[in-house]
Ligand binder design. Structure first.
Ligand code: GDP
Ligand code: MG
Length: 371
């Protein structure tokens, strides 16, 4: 396998591999003989043997996370669209709101055209673009965060004015707070005679969400998703919050980003909706996506149009991967197809190995069970 493993190191330092494994264990690092080691661990071992690592250890190309740690020079950054996630309790109107926002944004020449469900879409507001994640809910939000993909810039929490704060409302607040993203409260269903927006405000104060007109810093917009009331105001508030955040990215580099959703299609093979974080994704780009790889064959936007390039915060559905990745996976564009393939295969192999090791794991419990 590629990379430097313990056996390689053992040879370098003329030590027994088991000795190095023990040393690592004492340092709290678990490693087996054939596992490729990270640069940090190699340096750690070198220090243990009193050697300053002189030669730079080459960065492991298959470590996609590393590409996300790269600092981007301020002067290369340009304003990008905000990425917005809509969350809230079931039946409080998330889907209705998403649909309305989407319809309002469909321009005359697109009207009647097929809009495509790709898991995310963009809305134009006064010459600005807003990206909405059409996530099935909190779960996707959490999975993405767990995988290091903090894709959301703003959380909209929908609370039905006739129902008030419910368990999933609280969950949504907690998710948004944990992700440290600004929260906009959309008090929905104000068209209903039983709507009581003030009660919603009151209830939310218990969770530290306080409206501006009550001296707090949370933006509240009273809307009716169904009747299309105040949705313009909601969009304006999103732009306002985005402006304060000064969201920027460098469009002039090889793209990196994450997977919004992915599936295996009978006719098209693997398709994945990618959200570009930095750079511009292009048709023909060699790419590694999670544990899959390929070359971007086609790109389709949320309006079902074929496009050739996609800049920061743009969601696109791509084809051309050898397999379907998973939602929340990271993607990185490589300079050539050969290195993309090598990195992709290495990742797939490691994932398989990890899978095997986890199923092989013997605990006292299952050991006794098998007796
Ligand atoms: P979700 O579970 O949060 O996605 O909620 P839905 O969008 O599916 O909405 C649940 C129900 O509430 C549906 O019957 C909607 O028609 C209704 N609904 C959503 N928004 C409004 C609104 O602003 N006013 C009224 N009266 N009903 C709404
Ligand atoms: Mg829904």
């Amino acid at each position: 396998s590629e990379g430097i493993n313990i056996q390689d190191i053992a040879k370098v330092f003329h030590r027994d591999a088991t000795e190095i494994i023990k040393k690592l264990m004492m340092l709290g690092v678990m490693a087996n003989q054939n596992q490729a080691l990270s640069k940090d661990v190699i340096e750690l071992i070198a220090m243990e043997y009193g050697v300053e690592p002189i030669e730079k250890v080459e960065v492991d190309k298959s470590d996609l996370e590393l590409y996300f740690e790269e600092e981007i020079p301020e002067e290369a950054k340009k304003i990008r669209p905000p990425v917005v996630t809509i969350m809230g309790h079931v039946d409080h109107g998330k889907t209705t709101l998403l649909d309305q926002l989407r319809h309002t944004s469909v321009t005359a020449d697109e009207a009647g055209g097929i809009t495509q469900h790709i898991g995310a879409y963009q809305v134009e507001v006064d010459g600005n673009t807003v990206t909405f994640l059409d996530t099935p809910g909190h779960e996707a939000f959490t999975t993405m965060r767990a995988r290091g993909a903090d894709v959301t810039d703003i959380a909209i929490i929908v609370v039905a004015a006739d129902d008030g704060v419910m368990p999933q409302t609280v969950e949504a607040i907690n998710h948004a707070k944990a992700a440290d993203v600004p929260i906009i409260i959309a008090v929905n269903k104000i068209d209903k005679p039983t709507a009581n927006p003030d009660r919603v405000k009151q209830e939310l104060t218990e969770y530290g969400i306080i409206p501006e007109d009550w001296g707090g810093e949370n933006i509240f917009v009273e809307i009716s998703a169904k009747m299309n009331l105040n949705l313009d105001e909601l969009l304006e508030m999103i732009l306002l919050v985005a402006e304060v955040q000064e969201l920027k990215a460098d469009p002039n580099r090889m793209a990196i980003g994450s997977v919004i959703e992915a599936r295996l299609d009978k006719s098209q093979g693997a398709t994945a909706t990618l959200l570009v974080k930095e750079g511009t994704l292009k048709v023909g780009d060699p790419i590694v996506v999670g544990n899959t790889y390929g070359r971007v064959r086609t790109m389709t936007n949320d309006k079902n149009r074929r496009i050739k390039t996609a800049g920061p915060a743009t969601p696109v559905e791509i084809t051309g991967l050898n397999d379907a990745p998973q939602a929340g996976d990271l993607f990185v564009v490589f300079e050539d197809e050969k290195s993309a393939r090598a990195a992709g295969e290495e990742r797939a192999m490691r994932a398989q190995e990890a899978q095997r090791n986890s199923t092989k794991k013997v605990t006292l419990d299952n050991l006794f069970e098998s007796l």
